[in-house]
Design a protein around this ligand. Structure first.
Ligand SMILES: [Zn+2]
Length: 462
């Protein structure tokens, strides 16, 4: 049993008014709101850290099932109630602590926002106190934990926002947010860049809605809708005993981004190549431009970024391709219930030798590999597939059929050219020939089951 979380973004449309976006005040309101909540968080963080004994109080809990008495940390809800009682002026309790009077410092502060702020602070303060205590116990000089900062993204509990989605006309969808205008709290409508994809994700079965967050960037504003899902998956050790187990192996490369092979009962039953559709070459050309510009401009100025748009373009392309490739891997996994996803432990191609643009491109390719690996694991887990990393030793050098050492070669104008990075593979023992990446992908299965002599055995002690 495990849990996984995912986020779907809904962008607020804050572009220029002539282009149909919100007016400038709306942007300012959001900034004011974030600043106001940060100030409130600062207040409660100071308050809670001034009362550590209550924050870390241990209480006796009686179990309903076994009637056993155990000690546990006081619940966050109880601390919240206590903090509100101490700092708020109510009819029943008109005089809170004079130096901690929240009602006076923040008049008309919405309840829901206040609670989200206090909850956030309890988490932050507790985390800090715990790390501080372990640091003190360790008796080290270095690494003293820093006091947490108050800044955070506002959490939108029910009552501080409403989604108004007009399903007939997708262009007319709004989010109503409670924001601070600089003098008072008001409800304001914000147009959104709503899309069908968002609706599909929100309505998907098995995912539970959590409180969304307002993320205010320098240029953009978005509401991040968080969803969580409980996953039930069998452990790898148990799966490995199953004779009908299906294994899905992935070999990540530069040109063929992923070569996916599926194996059951010792035979490969499905293969899928995910090509980069010329991305490597495309990126290389951009990086050539970057390298040339860097050379022309000379020494870079510290703290200043150059070629920002170009880098953004490269980054976006990489992310997009990574998501698509990861999706392709998971699509294969979803066809086989209870399968295990196998990856090689990532090898980094050293970015040395060749031109500067080539080195830059190698770095990018390495990052892309890492990204695909990470995304595929996350996406696979969300659909109940567990992944494992296997030892990459020798997967691209040995024959997947007989286990003997082979050679890499390419066909240049009909002639065989033996080269280290050759596209094809030939076995010197059984003369088996195939695509080199396919061979490597098949070897990942062997590595998982440790079937060949060149694969390292489990080390026995003594
Ligand atoms: Zn062979």
């Amino acid at each position: 049993m495990g849990q996984t979380v995912r986020t779907t973004k809904l962008l607020l449309d804050l572009s220029k008014r002539e282009q149909g976006g919100a007016n400038r005040d709306k942007r300012r309101y959001l900034e004011e709101t974030v600043a106001m909540l940060d100030a409130a968080r600062c207040f409660y963080l100071d308050f809670l850290l001034a009362h550590p004994q209550i924050l870390m109080e241990r209480v006796e809990v009686i179990s309903k099932q076994t009637a056993e008495v155990s000690q546990r940390l006081i619940s966050a809800d109880k601390v919240l109630t206590w903090a509100e009682f101490q700092t708020l002026a109510t009819d029943a309790h008109p005089a809170p602590l004079p130096q901690w009077n929240f009602s006076k410092a923040f008049p008309d502060f919405p309840n829901r926002y206040r609670r989200s702020v206090i909850k956030d602070c309890i988490g932050k303060a507790r985390g800090y106190l715990t790390t501080l205590r372990t640091w003190q116990h360790a008796g080290k000089q270095k690494g003293k934990p820093a006091v947490p900062t108050a800044a955070n993204h506002p959490t939108l509990y029910a009552g501080t926002y409403t989604l108004e989605l007009d399903s007939l006309d997708l262009r007319k969808s709004f989010v109503r947010l409670k924001v601070y205008s600089g003098s008072q709290w008001v409800w304001v409508h914000y147009p959104t860049r709503y899309n069908r994809y968002f609706e599909v994700r929100r309505g998907e079965e098995g995912w539970e809605q959590e409180s969304p967050k307002l993320i205010l960037g320098k240029q953009t504003a978005a509401i991040h809708f968080v969803q969580s899902k409980t996953i039930t998956a069998t452990k790898i050790v148990e799966s490995k005993r199953d004779p009908d187990l299906v294994t899905v192996a992935v070999d990540l490369n530069v040109k063929q981004l992923a070569v996916i092979t599926v194996r059951q009962h010792g035979t490969i039953i499905q293969t899928r190549f995910v090509s980069d559709h010329g991305l490597d070459q495309h990126r290389y050309r951009h990086l050539k431009r970057v390298a040339k510009k860097q050379w022309q401009a000379g020494k870079p100025i510290k703290g200043e970024r150059s070629n920002q748009q170009l880098w953004r373009h490269i980054r976006r392309q990489n992310t997009d391709v990574a998501h698509k490739t990861a999706r392709a891997i998971v699509e294969v996994c979803e066809q086989y219930r209870g399968c295990v996803l196998l990856f090689e432990r990532l090898r980094v191609i050293k970015a040395k030798g060749g031109s500067k643009s080539r080195r830059l491109n190698r770095k990018q390719a390495n990052q892309l590999k890492g990204k695909i690996n990470q995304l595929a694991k996350e996406k696979a887990y969300a659909s109940g597939v567990v992944s494992i990393e296997v030892n990459p030793h020798g997967t691209s050098q040995y024959c997947a059929r007989c286990g003997a050492k082979g050679l890499r070669f390419s066909l240049v104008a009909g002639q065989r050219v033996t080269a280290k990075g050759g596209k094809l593979f030939v076995c010197s023992h059984c003369s088996y020939e195939c695509h080199a990446d396919f061979n490597a992908s098949c070897n990942v299965h062997h590595s998982f089951f440790r079937e060949f002599h060149w694969q390292p055995r489990i080390q026995r002690s003594g």
